[in-house]
Each structure stands twice: as C-alpha cells, then as structure tokens.
Design a protein around this ligand. Structure first.
Ligand SMILES: [Zn+2]
Length: 183
C-alpha cells in the first residue's frame, strides 16, 4: 500500500503544467499531496478523498468492454471517491483526481460548456474548439485517442479549467462527501 501511495503522490506532485491563454496570465499551479493509508472504512471521514485500489473497475461498474479495453480509473465529478486499477499507470491517478476536483473530459466540456462554448478566431472567422484542440491536456480520455482521434493526453491544464475548479469549490459543489458509487 505504501508503494501505491508513493505512485499516486509521484504522479500528482510537480507533474501538472499550466498552459496560459496569453503571456500576461499570472496563474501558477502548486500541488501538494498528503495521503495516508486507511486500514478500515471507519477511519474515512466524509470529507476525505479516497483512492480505492481495485482489480477490475469495468466489472465493478458493470461496463461492457471489448477485450482490448480496460478501465484504469474512475471517479465521478465532484465526488470524493477515486477508483484506480491496481496496475494504474501514467496520468491515470492525476486524471481521476481532477474529475474528483470537478473537471469533465474536454469532449464533454466542449459539448455542454460550463462556461459556454469556447470560440477561437481563425483569420476573420470564428470557430468552435474541437477535441483536436487542447493538445496534451490532462482531461482528454486515453481511449478516445483511438476511437475518435482526439488530441493526445498529457499533463496540461488550461486557465479555464483551473478557474472552474476554483468556482466549483467556492460554490460548494466539490467535496460533497460521497464515498461510494451507487451500484
Ligand atoms: Zn476521465
């Protein structure tokens, strides 16, 4: 458990890069992690964020997956539980942690736009962002890369994502204490 703990901390601390919208942006991001191992459910407080290390998230969630698909992580937006496959790797822990911190996938954010549809200017006309934008953003879904040819997943977050976390937090939409999935 201590080893898994270290893997989660390592993937969180010092890895996220912030890509500003302009060079005048004065945003910075500093992540610290304080994770302890719970020996029993009774040690978990309602405001703790809990990483649950499991064998098979797919069957836990009752998802239909093809043979080459495996769910490496799952977390519901704004809730306190975070599932990680026992063999989680790369950005999985970080990606799921930011779901827990209120972020949606880029493709969903572009669809339903919490902040309205983001628009970019190309030459003289305006165009919506697509999943091919935000290259290297942490909130792309790894499996969409193959399916929909979206941009690669990386460690980047944008200003609007950070602003969104802050605004959800201030409006008490985060840390709602839900520790378990419905099923
Ligand atoms: Zn995700």
């Amino acid at each position: 458990m201590q080893r898994i703990n270290g893997r989660i901390v390592n993937s969180l601390v010092g890895k996220i890069t912030y890509s500003g919208d302009s060079k005048d942006d004065k945003f910075g991001i500093n992540i610290t992690a304080d994770i302890t191992v719970a020996n029993d459910e009774s040690e978990i407080a309602s405001n703790d964020h809990v990483y649950r290390i499991v064998d098979d998230i797919g069957s836990l969630k009752g998802e239909e997956l093809s043979d080459d698909e495996k769910v490496m992580g799952f977390a519901a937006r704004g809730q306190n539980y975070i599932y990680l496959d026992k063999n989680f790797d790369g950005t999985t822990a970080t990606h799921e942690t930011f779901h827990s911190a209120g972020l949606k996938h880029i493709k969903d954010e572009i669809q339903s736009g919490t902040f309205g549809k983001p628009i970019k200017k190309i030459g003289n006309h305006f165009q919506s962002f697509s999943t091919n934008d935000y290259s290297g953003n942490l909130m792309h879904q790894q499996r969409d890369l193959k399916k929909f040819r979206t941009s690669n997943q990386g460690n980047k977050l944008t200003k609007w994502q950070l602003t969104m976390i802050e605004s959800l937090y201030s409006n008490k939409k985060l840390n709602r204490g839900k520790q378990k999935t419905d099923d």
